[in-house]
Write a protein that binds this ligand. Structure first.
Ligand code: HDE
Length: 694
């Protein structure tokens, strides 16, 4: 019984057929072989209620393709989000590097992927975790991948330890939890036995791992690299990304509550900002130094657990990166993008950092396993934008169709009038320059850690002592929180605190007191730490910008809210380049004082204040009375206060503030200019009155 469904006509199953309006080949649904599909709702059966026929190639192809939709997720950095943009060189550094992308005024297309490290692809956006900051530059001389993090140092010094680090931090082998977090036995067991992790742990326990937005994080190349100029001269270099919106982090309680409010908080924030034309932007900076400087430091510049204080080598800004286009397809682009630190262009080179050297192998290997073929470079998001050709052939999913017989060289095919294929170019080609960098490159074969890598505590101390009081309290409290989750309380936390005694006595005492354990004997350091001059660049609080740009203000309203007050707040938030979001008990909105109905951007129950940077509460007396009975409204104010945010409130909203325990301070204002000024910042001084910090 043949059926020829008409446009949008329900079929026998109550399903809707959406039929192509014209026979145009571009709009009709086809199989992967280009056969036009006549029915995308029903499989081919023998009789209306009979068995499905194996002959149904449309069904078989559709299900077969679906069965293979997933690919292995990244072993680390599985959860991420990406965007397209461009890099523009703004300063002439031809004396340092011959790379075309650094020529002043040159624009290079980029793809950036931000990620968390420990969690699976389906985990949440806001655990306490390092953020990956990977940039693929499609330069005119080939692809350069700067695969960095939002923290300038790393947990380990040698690639040999990476699988151990990752096994320890990811969910535990026998029980499959916890997901996306380091607050568990195996991580701290391992970390407390590895003093070289101490500096990175300080960063990981700071608010750096709780970013407010991916648009408000720094990025770092971490390793020391080399810049190479036309004359072949080399300099050491460290790469830095500095966000235009300044640094901003959430606080721990807020991050926890964000996990309940919006699992996709960071990816949504990035996507919506780009979608609205508010393109995130970073400056690219370099710290350049030579062998004489490197040799004079108390640390080794090849050791990825060390940074170079910006006070010692200032960061010179050489370009800007703007992300101005969202992906069209998450899988095709963000999931399939394959970063490899080994992708490098003439003018940049690797140093002998043993962690970097290991990465040069790992990423190519992982991409082959993840994407299934040596031809992953042909996927559009990975393909260079400049011409590329060689004699590599075949393999799974070969997309190119090379012509002719030239798949080897040398060949003399051109002499017979055939295509001879490409040839090497000593003049333009990449020539390794590490022999010029002054590093050791000859000697015995040794499995050894250099003596110059032995100091594990001086820079951890430098980091801690460069923080504000509030930041120090956050660090101490996170150590307490994480170590409190460790079951072997008598073993692991004392071992960790023993290491912390080499960082800072006060920190160690705070953590021991917070855990309620006796202060253990200090661990014996491999090398005695030294005091370094504190560096303001290491503090988030000293690098925040008081601005509403890029931030969101949640405005709680209810029936009876004064329309002109509401409009005035929205106008002043938008004038300050902030985003005003109306929250009401019902998403259909509220009936305002002037009788008009105002639609909400979010329903109160699903739009708690942790989603916003500041809140305004604009209520009439009746509206306030109604909201006093709503737990979500009381929590809206209570959490905004607890998360150190500005609260601007109408007079009639006072009973709600009282019920929420909001007490007057600089961040609690009326609705005028004072609120806009307050909304551009956080009120860290409020915190000690609100919760016990270590
Ligand atoms: Fe990675 N890392 N890593 N890593 N890493 C991966 O590659 C690895 C390291 C970083 O958005 C993997 O494609 C080793 C440092 C980022 O796709 C894998 C070592 C830094 C991303 C891998 C390190 C990073 C990765 C997993 C020690 C900061 C996400 C999937 C020798 C400078 C890239 C993949 C993206 C991803 C290996 C250490 C940053 C397995 C062996 C240090 C941002 O290849």
């Amino acid at each position: 019984m043949a059926r020829t469904p008409k446009s949008n006509m329900p079929s026998n199953g109550g399903e809707t057929h959406q039929v192509a309006e014209s026979g145009d080949a571009a709009t009709v649904l086809t199989t992967n072989q280009g056969i036009v599909v006549s029915d995308n709702q029903n499989s081919l059966k023998s009789g209306a209620r009979g068995p499905t026929l194996l002959e149904d190639f449309v069904l078989r192809e559709k299900i077969f393709h679906f069965d293979h939709e997933r690919i292995p997720e990244r072993i680390v950095h599985a959860r991420g989000t990406g965007a397209h943009g461009y890099f523009e060189a703004t300063d002439d550094i031809s004396d340092l590097s011959k790379a075309a992308l650094f020529r002043k005024g040159e624009r290079t297309e980029v793809f950036v992927r931000f990620s968390t490290v420990a969690g699976g692809a389906g985990s949440v956006d806001t655990p306490r975790d390092v953020r990956g900051f990977a940039v693929k530059f499609y330069t005119s001389e080939g692809n350069w991948d700067l695969v960095g993090n939002n923290i300038p140092v790393f947990f380990i010094q040698d690639a040999m330890k990476f699988p151990d680090l990752v096994h320890a931090v990811k969910m535990e082998a026998d029980r499959g939890y916890p997901q996306a977090g380091s607050a568990h036995d195996t991580f701290w067991d391992w970390a407390s036995l590895m003093p070289e992790t101490t500096h990175m742990l300080m960063w990981a326990m700071s608010d750096r791992t709780l970013p407010r937005s991916l648009r408000m994080i720094e990025g770092f190349g971490v390793h020391t690299f080399l810049l190479v100029n036309e004359a072949g001269e080399t300099h050491f270099v460290k790469f830095h990304w500095k966000p235009k919106l300044g640094l901003q982090s959430t606080i721990w309680d807020e991050a926890l509550k964000l996990q309940a409010a919006d699992n996709d908080y960071h990816r949504r924030d990035l996507f919506e900002a780009i979608d609205a034309g508010n393109f995130p932007e970073w400056e690219l900076g370099i710290q350049v130094f030579d062998k004489a400087f490197a040799d004079a430091q108390p640390y080794d510049v090849l050791d990825a657990t060390k940074l170079i204080p910006e006070e010692d080598v200032p960061v010179r800004i050489i370009g800007r990166m703007v992300l101005d286009r969202n992906v069209d397809n998450f899988f095709a682009e963000t999931e399939q993008v394959a970063f490899c630190p080994a992708n490098i262009v003439p003018g940049v080179d690797f140093s002998n950092d043993p962690l970097l050297q290991g990465r040069l192998f790992s990423y190519l290997d992982t991409q082959k396993s993840r994407l299934g073929t040596a031809n992953f470079h042909q996927i559009p998001v990975n393909a260079p934008r400049c011409p590329f050709q060689n004699f590599q052939r075949d393999g799974q999913m070969q997309m190119a169709v090379p012509k002719g017989r030239a798949n080897y060289e040398p060949n003399s095919l051109a002499a017979h009038g055939e295509e001879g294929g490409p040839r090497e170019s000593p003049a333009r080609g990449f020539a390794s320059s590490t022999t010029l960098s002054g590093e050791d490159e000859s000697g015995e074969k040794l499995r050894i850690r250099p003596e110059s890598f032995a100091d594990h505590y001086s820079q951890a101390r430098l980091f801690y002592r460069s923080q504000t009081q509030s930041e120090q309290a956050h660090i101490a409290s996170s150590f307490v929180f994480e170590l409190s989750k460790v079951a072997q309380l008598d073993q692991v936390p004392p071992r960790m605190v023993a290491n912390l005694r080499n960082v800072d006595e006060d920190l160690a005492k705070r953590v021991a007191t917070g855990l309620g354990i006796p202060l253990p004997k200090a661990a014996k350091p491999a090398k005695e730490p030294v005091d370094m001059a504190p560096s303001d660049a290491l503090s988030i609080h000293k690098n925040m910008k008081a601005m509403l740009e890029g931030r969101a203000v949640g405005i709680l309203i209810a029936d009876g809210t004064d329309a002109s007050e509401l409009d005035a707040v929205i106008a002043s938030v938008e004038k300050a380049k902030g985003k005003a979001m109306i929250v009401a008990p019902k998403v259909g909105g509220a009936k305002l004082s002037d009788g008009s109905q105002r639609k909400a951007d979010g329903q109160l129950a699903g739009s708690p204040s942790q989603l916003f940077d500041a809140v305004a509460i604009i209520l009439s007396a009746e509206g306030c009375a109604a909201l006093l009975k709503e737990g979500a409204a009381v929590e809206f104010a209570m959490n905004a206060f607890g998360h150190l945010k500005a609260i601007g409130a109408s007079e009639a909203a006072q009973p709600l503030l009282d019920k929420a325990g909001v007490v007057a301070d600089d961040g609690v204002t009326g609705l005028g200019d004072a609120f806009i000024k307050a909304a551009s910042q956080r009120f860290y001084a409020r915190e000690p009155g609100l919760r016990t910090l270590a």
